[in-house]
Design a protein around this ligand. Structure first.
Ligand SMILES: [Zn+2]
Length: 81
């Protein structure tokens, strides 16, 4: 399983416990301290939004926990679960 982050970069992930750093998507500014949150399996969690100290961009932060083996958009027949 894997974590995808909007407004941040992954530092470490152990199961559903994710350590990340907030990152501005506009200018690329990355905070120099880590934050940790828990992302429920196969769902999205909104984390604390922030305002970039470099460019003033209001950056929303969300973390999505997904299964990389189950790719969306490439349906190759129903397997019927
Ligand atoms: Zn910025």
């Amino acid at each position: 399983m894997a974590i995808e982050v909007t407004g941040g970069i992954i530092v470490n992930e152990r199961g559903t416990v994710v350590t990340y750093r907030q990152k501005c998507e506009r200018c690329g500014y990355v905070y120099d301290y880590n934050k940790t949150t828990i992302v429920p399996a196969y769902s999205t969690r909104s984390a604390r939004n922030f305002t970039c100290p470099e460019c003033g961009n209001y950056q929303e932060v969300s973390l999505t926990h997904y299964n990389p083996t189950r790719q969306q958009g490439s349906h190759r027949g129903q397997q019927g679960q």
